[in-house]
Design a protein around this ligand. Structure first.
Ligand SMILES: [Zn+2]
Length: 445
């Protein structure tokens, strides 16, 4: 599985993370189903954007991109995204790119133009436009584009190797192809095939990568090898923020860091961003974040209740519910990652289990089975476990809870209430349930 990684010229925004989270969900689901996944995510550390950014800040390219690369790794850790097996950097794979461009020249798919750059002749590749559904007749053949990004209507011969110009400053490689640097698209063809072979199963990215980036990757790779490049392409749709396209000019542009700075929990952001089907446009709202926080709490509260459950046996009811949710969740996820239906099944299950717990109708061993099943689902979702481990009650609070219990037993309600207030001030919420006293830490911010 190859997923187009970040261009490390800035902090990644939540639209980027929607893509990385959908890919994480896909990988976790495949692994849950017993597939062994080899995952490669590249780091674009030389392209038009990184060069421009480093020059603007007058920092050497390597140092500039290292900063954003580190930030990216911090972000994905916070979001509980499982690391890829390989994170190849474009600057570390120049020889592979050169070799690929040379093959394309030899096979007649590439040529050197008067500006000394090397271009891909799109009319030579008969399947050009197949992925993004553009017709070759509409293409301006013979016209050339040197920038990495351009619109569908501007489809034309694109740069594989860009001859050095003064704007590139000291970013260049002296190679057989001349002094210059690679185009963005050749980077992903060279790095994906190096780690995954000439044909591999899955290639993902945001829908805006479909053209020109992925279209050009196919053209480059298939022309060079004569083989099918990728078996399955998966593209996630755009993200809107509060109903609008996310843009700095609309004041609705957020990096992950912006949201963490506002006090939001990264796991809540994770759950919200992956809770809508990847092929649907997703509207990110702050209201949605608050609702998601509540949804995660419901799952975690259920896990806490299960830890203490010690009732009578459900008489087969638990086994039946478990089979139901396994089928419901599994069939939905197998159906092109239909996450909303899968989550619907999970929350229905949680509600029914809670009802059984209310009736004291779940035995200790049934509770353990349910917990294990929930852990299995969370291996895919990644939202329950990560934070639950952080929950630890301050020692002083443990004492106060004990004293409050004694006060309640002695029917000293005034003292019990006073102790509850003191706990509340410490951020500990105490609840009295049929199963005894429960507590949870109030989330700050
Ligand atoms: Zn790519």
């Amino acid at each position: 599985m190859y997923t187009c990684g970040p261009t490390v010229y800035d902090y990644a925004h939540i639209g980027n993370y929607r893509a990385f989270l959908f890919e994480d969900l896909l990988k976790r689901w495949l692994e849950h189903r017993g597939f062994k996944v080899t995952h490669v995510m590249n780091l674009t550390d030389v392209d038009d954007k990184t060069i421009k950014g480093s020059q603007k800040q007058q920092i050497p390219l390597e140092k500039y991109t290292a900063h954003y690369t580190n930030a990216f790794f911090e972000d994905i850790k916070a979001l509980n995204i499982k690391p890829a097996d390989y994170y190849p950097k474009a600057t570390g794979h120049i020889p592979e790119m050169i070799a690929l461009v040379k093959t394309l020249i030899q096979k007649g798919y590439a040529y050197k133009a008067a500006d000394n750059s090397i271009y891909y002749a799109i009319k030579k590749f008969k399947n050009y436009g197949k992925l993004s559904h553009i017709k070759i007749a509409e293409l301006k053949t013979g016209a050339r584009v040197k920038t990495d990004e351009y619109k569908k209507e501007e489809a034309q011969d694109f740069a594989l190797w860009k001859a050095w110009t003064p704007e590139d400053g000291n970013v260049f490689w002296e190679t057989e192809l001349g002094k210059g640097r690679p185009g963005w698209h050749i980077e992903c063809s060279a790095m994906s095939m190096k780690y995954l072979g000439e044909t591999f199963d899955i290639h993902c990215g945001g829908v805006d990568n479909m053209f020109p980036h992925h279209e050009n990757e196919i053209a480059q790779s298939e022309a060079a090898t004569g083989k099918k490049f990728v078996n399955y392409w998966l593209h996630n749709e755009h993200l809107l923020v509060e109903g609008k396209k996310m843009a700095k000019k609309f004041g609705n542009f957020y990096t992950l860091r912006d949201l963490l700075g506002k006090g939001y929990d990264p796991i809540v952001i994770r759950f919200l961003l992956l809770s809508t089907h990847y092929r649907q446009q997703f509207n990110f709202t702050f209201e949605g974040l608050d609702a998601t926080k509540g949804a995660i709490e419901r799952l975690r509260n259920l896990m806490r209740r299960l830890q203490d459950a010690d009732g009578k046996d459900s008489g087969g009811k638990v086994a039946e519910l478990m089979l139901g949710v396994q089928a419901g969740f599994g069939e939905a996820m197998d159906d092109d990652l239909n996450i909303s239906v899968a989550l619907g099944a999970l929350f229905d299950f949680a509600r029914e289990v809670n009802a059984l717990l209310d009736a004291d109708a779940i035995s200790r061993s049934e509770a353990d089975e349910i917990s294990a099943l929930m852990r299995g689902f969370d291996g895919v979702l990644g939202v329950i476990g990560a934070v639950e481990m952080e929950e630890a009650l301050p020692k002083e609070a443990t004492e106060l809870i004990k004293k409050r219990e004694e006060a309640r037993k002695a029917r000293d309600w005034a003292r019990a209430d006073a102790l509850r207030l003191r706990l509340r001030e410490m951020g500990v919420v105490v609840e009295d349930t049929a199963q005894g006293v429960r507590w949870r830490l109030e989330k700050k911010g």
